[in-house]
Design a protein around this ligand. Structure first.
Ligand SMILES: NC(=O)c1ccc[n+]([C@@H]2O[C@H](COP(=O)([O-])OP(=O)(O)OC[C@H]3O[C@@H](n4cnc5c(N)ncnc54)[C@H](OP(=O)(O)O)[C@@H]3O)[C@@H](O)[C@H]2O)c1
Length: 272
């Protein structure tokens, strides 16, 4: 496992398990347990995923001490708009069954995010959150946040995969000491990124799967990556990316697959 140092010195495992569209209950508990058994130490959930409770259950069931596991959850849009950041955070803690989270993110730049951020700063200063950040923030949102904030976000979690590499925003964040986490790294549910012919050729060359090629590309791009799967075999293989290295030329080939094609909503005009 490799780690990234956040701007406040907190270390985050560079590969984590995403649990969006993973059902609360047995499905999430199993996925979390399989991941922890395989060596993952980082789980990415959100209030909106409806499975914080099972993430907490999976963590406890694994027998691995809580402090060895990096847990991220997110503040949902309706709570941002209603100015309910503190209450929403307490509810997430309760669902997770923990007394702190490692990373708390504003899920989308919903109206009122500046006020939500100030509340998150207080929770951070009170020691209830080890790092705070945002998700789906473009540069314009980051600039707006900066004019209200006392603390700079430590993370921005954004869409990025070979068909939408989002590299300009990534470079801008990294240059400003904001770590980047990439979502839908494999192209998301129902996407066709992993069927790409070039990725297939690289997979053959390295004796790896297309998913492993893409996840390795992310590690070498110095972003944090959180692939989702509900299948043990895939959870295990998605973690098996630390024993090979892509050449600079092959990194460039993957960079060249970009088509600026999102699989998720555009943060400038989301409607939820
Ligand atoms: N902040 C945000 O707004 C936001 C938005 C979207 C996602 N996220 C986070 O990012 C995580 C990942 O994104 P995502 O869930 O959208 O998509 P993803 O990780 O890119 O892709 C998940 C899809 O790929 C399949 N898959 C996983 N491993 C595979 C493998 N080795 N070979 C072939 N197929 C494989 C999964 O199927 P199975 O499950 O059936 O194996 C699932 O259909 C989410 O779970 C969530 O934590 C955040």
């Amino acid at each position: 496992m490799q780690y990234i140092n956040l701007s406040n010195g907190v270390r985050i495992p560079q590969l984590g398990l995403g649990v969006w569209q993973t059902e609360n209950g047995r499905q999430t508990e199993d996925a979390v347990c399989w991941a922890l058994e395989a060596g993952y130490r980082h789980i990415d959930t959100a209030k909106a995923y409806g499975n914080e409770r099972s993430v907490g259950d999976g963590v406890r069931k694994s027998g691995i001490p809580r402090e060895e596991i990096f847990i991220t959850t997110k503040l949902w849009n309706e709570d941002v708009r209603a100015g309910r950041a503190r209450a929403a955070f307490e509810k997430s803690l309760k669902e997770l069954g923990t007394d702190y989270v490692d990373l708390y993110l504003i899920h989308w730049p919903a109206d009122g995010f500046e006020e939500a951020w100030l509340a998150m700063e207080e929770l951070y200063n009170a020691g209830k959150i080890r790092a705070i950040g945002v998700s789906n923030f473009h540069k314009s949102h980051l600039d707006k946040l900066a004019s209200a904030a006392h603390i700079k976000p430590m993370v921005n979690q954004i869409e990025s995969h070979p068909y939408f590499n989002n590299q300009e925003l990534i470079d801008d964040c990294l240059a400003n000491d904001i770590a980047v986490e990439v979502w839908s790294p494999l192209g998301g549910t129902g996407g066709n990124v992993l069927q790409d012919e070039v990725l297939g050729q690289l997979a053959q060359k390295y004796g790896k799967s297309p998913a492993q090629i893409v996840l390795r590309w992310d590690v070498q791009r110095k972003v944090i990556v959180i692939p989702k799967s509900i299948h043990q075999e895939r959870i295990v293989s998605n973690f098996d990316i630390f024993d090979f290295e892509l050449t600079d030329d092959d990194m460039k080939i993957i960079n060249g697959l970009n088509r600026n094609r999102r699989v998720g909503p555009n943060p400038d005009n989301f409607d939820f």
